[in-house]
Design a protein around this ligand. Structure first.
Ligand code: MG
Length: 263
């Protein structure tokens, strides 16, 4: 085959190819192309109200007993008070924080709390408690969502109710008056760690306080500390912990606590 002929052949092939492509009708988009049918989400029966546990929730406190809770200090049975369908912090010496028997990773949490109507004290010493979204030790170790009377009670804003203690400043102050029940709805994404214990992905918390978004997929810098810069320490699964704070103000109460583990 001489060069001229092969060039001609190549050119002809190109022209034929272009003609074929041009003549082809582009396929007509069909809505069905982007329909997804499987896998179908699991069926979850919602509660009677949005505050009630859905069918797949683990109920951590239903007003009857503290069976799901133990002492964070020594893992003995929980010694807070249960009365009138609520649980109240026991500030007696040696009782301390409570944590769940179960351990969790990522979850959705609902919890209600009430500052006593006759609350006294000021700043951090006025109805201080806390929900540790992951407890990594018996004391204040872990990741604390602050509970405090923040109805006209001034304190540092990264330590008011709705804050991830000393890390987030809540997007709003949604406090109700002392004596009224308040709620937190939380989405917790646990931190993950590499084999050597270094951080792989940070923790995130989204918090609704009385229905108001106050923490929006907030990235934590590590465990919540009272002193110093936060840092991460590797853990796998962790209990949820409630704080018996050492302030001298009247003890606060909790009720209707449930959690949904997330895949
Ligand atoms: Mg606290």
């Amino acid at each position: 085959m001489n060069i001229r002929f092969s060039k001609l052949l190549a050119l002809t092939s190109l022209i034929v190819a272009i003609a074929l492509v041009a003549g082809q009708e582009s396929p007509k988009p069909n809505p069905k192309d982007t329909d997804v049918w499987e896998p179908a989400p699991p069926v979850v029966t919602p509660g009677a109200t949005d505050d009630d546990p859905p069918s797949d929730a683990i109920v951590l406190f239903d007003g009857k007993n503290l069976d799901e809770w133990i002492s964070a200090q020594d893992h003995t049975p929980a010694r807070w008070f249960v009365h009138d369908g609520v649980m109240t912090v026991n500030k007696a010496h040696g009782v301390g924080n409570l944590e769940t028997r179960r351990k969790f990773k990522d979850y959705q949490l609902h919890i209600e709390w009430r500052i006593p109507p006759d609350i006294t004290g000021s700043g951090q010493a006025r109805g201080n408690s806390g929900v540790f979204l992951a407890s990594t030790g018996p004391g204040n170790d872990g990741y604390e969502l602050q509970v405090l009377d923040s109805y006209g009670n001034k304190t540092y804003v990264n330590g008011m109710a709705g804050s991830l203690y000393k890390q987030s400043i809540p997007l709003a102050n949604a406090a109700r008056k002392p004596g009224q029940w308040q709620s937190y709805n939380v989405i917790w994404t646990a931190p993950t760690f590499n084999r050597d214990g270094s951080l792989k992905t940070p923790a995130y918390a989204t918090v609704f306080w009385n229905g108001v978004l106050v923490d929006n997929h907030f990235e934590l810098k590590g465990q919540t500390l009272n002193i110093g810069k936060p840092f991460y320490r590797a853990y796998d699964r962790a209990p949820i912990k409630l704080q018996a704070h050492g302030d001298k103000s009247e003890p606060i109460s909790y009720r209707n606590i449930w959690v949904r583990e997330l895949p």
